[in-house]
Design a protein around this ligand. Structure first.
Ligand code: ADP
Length: 171
């Protein structure tokens, strides 16, 4: 089982093997954490993303980190919350699982997740944290040869930070 840590930080600054971007289907940049990552990684990131041909919701694709300290950026597309009847929880869990699969295929030791879908995409924060933790736990339970030993849950806003601290103190 990997070690989990909750931190209140800017994900673009972290020296980990892979950071995860909460991107949109075009993978061509946006606001929030996506905008911050594109600004920090530089214009080569956009050039690399242009070659990826977008990404389905719940799936993930990878690029190098370019100007940020992380080696890789795993771009995943979370669901837009629309009341909970459109597979939002399954799709959000898929984002975490696919990101871990990709990071392990690249032999990453550490990965940092933002709170996917809880910004502009409106996913309720408590529910999203529960889905995230369950999906990551399930991945480590089911996967036989994972390389990830450290998972950082990067909480940029105080509400998410508190939710994750509470949840992780109970496991
Ligand atoms: P989404 O469209 O998936 O909701 P957002 O970027 O709007 O994505 O928000 C996802 C989460 O990322 C939010 O909790 C937001 O506070 C957080 N966030 C924004 N900027 C950063 C950053 N630089 N580092 C880490 N998390 C960030």
């Amino acid at each position: 089982m990997a070690a989990y840590q909750v931190i209140n930080d800017d994900i673009t600054k972290l020296k980990v093997d892979a950071i995860v971007n909460a991107a949109n289907n075009s993978l061509l940049g946006g606001g929030g954490v996506d905008g911050a990552i594109h600004r920090a990684a530089g214009k080569e990131l956009l050039e690399a993303c242009l070659l990826l041909d977008g990404c389905q919701t719940g799936d993930a694709k990878v690029t190098p980190g370019f100007l940020i300290p992380a080696k890789y950026i795993v771009h995943t597309v979370g669901p837009v919350w629309s009341g909970g009847q459109r597979n939002e929880e399954i799709l959000l869990a898929d984002c975490y699982r696919r990101s871990l699969e990709i990071a392990c295929a690249l032999k990453c030791n550490s990965i940092a997740f933002p709170n996917i879908s809880t910004g502009v995409y409106g996913f309720p924060k408590f529910k999203a944290a529960r889905v995230a933790l369950d999906a990551v736990n399930l991945y480590f339970k089911k996967s036989k040869n994972y390389t990830i030993q450290e998972v950082y849950f990067v909480c940029f806003d105080d509400i998410n930070f508190q939710i994750y601290k509470d949840m992780l103190s109970k496991i």
